[in-house]
Design a protein around this ligand. Structure first.
Ligand SMILES: *[C@@H]1O[C@H](CO)[C@@H](O)[C@H](O)[C@H]1NC(C)=O
Length: 428
């Protein structure tokens, strides 16, 4: 009666023990590891003189924002740390082949690796810490990080600038003797990984990521660090479309207004153009970064503005001189020397070439002389003909009319003295 009951119990016990020895649940594994022990919150090493080696890896997901005035870059990265805990290990054969387990844990020691350039703590971005424990004591932590880091932004070539921003991963607590930080992947692997996850938001194009590790002196201690140098290039299309092309159009319109004959109209036109350009400058003011080195685009706009104002001043001067030309016959001598010689030579224009109006007058003169000569020839021929042949009265009248027309034409071609005067003013 007792024997079968005892044998059944024994069988259950044997079965239970057998299940325990080959346990397939994570739960029992973690229970057996006894992670709640306080042992795990100090640096988990058997020998304190041996530093813990931490391998770090980084995937750059996006450049979220670049603050020109504060000189900060906000980036979003996936950060991976791997280190070894000497006190955690198990035999995968005992646990149904489990060689790693993911846990969330507050009682596990983790390296205090932070970004050296960071300006904001990650308090406003809480992420549950997950760890992957490996059977040999290797622990991996992966977490997303929103990093606001300082970066020395050089705006001189804006919007055609490239920026190099460093993300330095360093421990603020453990010096090099306690903890050594090494990169897990080399630069080519980091680039390859990042290219596969980087989201181009249109503002920035990722050029390259470099990886280096070294030590830095901080206080009296030396700290090991890994630095990722992120080289990004700005996508300039929006700035070209919104600023540079409109500015060029404005200047072109301003130049074309030169062909308007009326000075008052031209002046009105130019001032309207200037108003349009100042609207553009207001937009630019919002876009342009504040930095110590002025961006070349700002200088470009300044020069454009100066050109427009200069052309308005020139227009006003022109109008004034045209008014003056009605009152005074001759150009004052000082104005002649100032403009025709000094300014013209400054602009590499030969005064002869400048005197286009006079040149055309001269050409017209010679032209008229030549035509006159031809006219004379013709007249002579007519005369000869008239001598040779008995010509009719009508023909003689025709010859006379021809000579008269010739004279009239000659008179009309002759530059009048007033025209000469105006051309002199025009030239100035
Ligand atoms: C970088 O690492 C990968 C994989 O670890 C390797 O295949 C490659 O040769 C390495 N490149 C360089 C330049 O060392």
């Amino acid at each position: 009666m007792y024997f079968p009951v005892a044998s059944v119990l024994l069988a259950f016990m044997v079965l239970g023990v057998g299940q325990c020895q080959s346990d397939c649940s994570y739960y029992n594994l973690i229970k057996n590891l006894d992670l709640d022990n306080n042992l795990f919150v100090v640096r988990p090493t058997m020998n304190w003189t041996i530093p813990t080696i931490v391998y770090v890896d980084m995937y750059l997901h996006a450049i979220i924002h670049m603050d020109m005035s504060e000189q900060t870059v906000t980036s979003f990265i996936r950060f991976v740390m791997t280190w070894t805990n000497d006190f955690i290990s198990w035999d995968p054969n005992q646990y149904c082949g489990i060689d790693k387990v993911m846990i969330t844990g507050e009682n596990l020691w983790e390296p205090d690796i932070n970004v050296f350039e960071t300006t904001e703590t990650e308090d406003n971005y809480p992420v549950t810490a997950y760890y992957t424990l490996h059977y040999d004591g290797k622990i991996t932590q992966e977490k997303p990080l929103r990093v606001v880091s300082t970066c020395n932004l050089d705006m001189f070539k804006f919007p055609f600038d490239k920026q190099l921003c460093n993300l330095t991963f360093v421990s603020f607590q453990y010096p090099e003797a306690e903890m050594v930080i090494l990169p897990k992947s080399n630069a080519s692997t980091v680039n390859k990984n990042t290219k596969s996850v980087f989201t181009n938001k249109g503002d920035w194009i990722l050029q390259d990521i470099s990886v280096n590790n070294s030590e830095m002196e901080y206080g009296s201690l030396s700290y090991s660090y890994v630095v990722y140098g992120i080289l990004i290039e700005r996508f300039p299309l929006i700035f070209i479309m919104n600023l540079i092309i409109p500015a060029c159009f404005m200047i072109a319109v301003d130049v074309f207004s030169m062909f308007m004959s009326s000075y008052s109209e031209r002046l009105k036109f130019k001032i309207t153009g200037l108003l349009g350009f100042s609207v553009l400058l207001t937009i630019l003011n919002d876009m342009l970064p504040n930095s110590d080195s002025p961006p070349i685009l700002g200088i470009f706009c300044c020069v454009c503005m100066a050109l427009m104002i200069f052309s308005i001043a020139g227009c006003v001067g022109n109008a004034y001189m045209m008014d003056l030309s009605l009152k005074e016959k001759h150009v004052p001598q000082w104005m002649k020397t100032l403009i025709l010689h000094c300014l013209a030579s400054l602009l590499y224009m030969k005064p002869n070439a400048v005197e286009s109006n006079q040149v055309t007058v001269v050409i017209e003169n010679t032209d008229s002389h030549e035509t006159n000569k031809e006219g004379f020839k013709m007249k002579n021929r007519w005369k000869k003909d008239s001598q040779k042949v008995k010509i009719s009265l009508e023909a003689q009248i025709l010859t006379k009319i021809l000579t008269e027309i010739d004279n009239i034409r000659e008179n009309s071609r002759k530059p009048s003295s007033t025209f000469n005067m105006e051309s002199e003013w025009r030239l100035i």
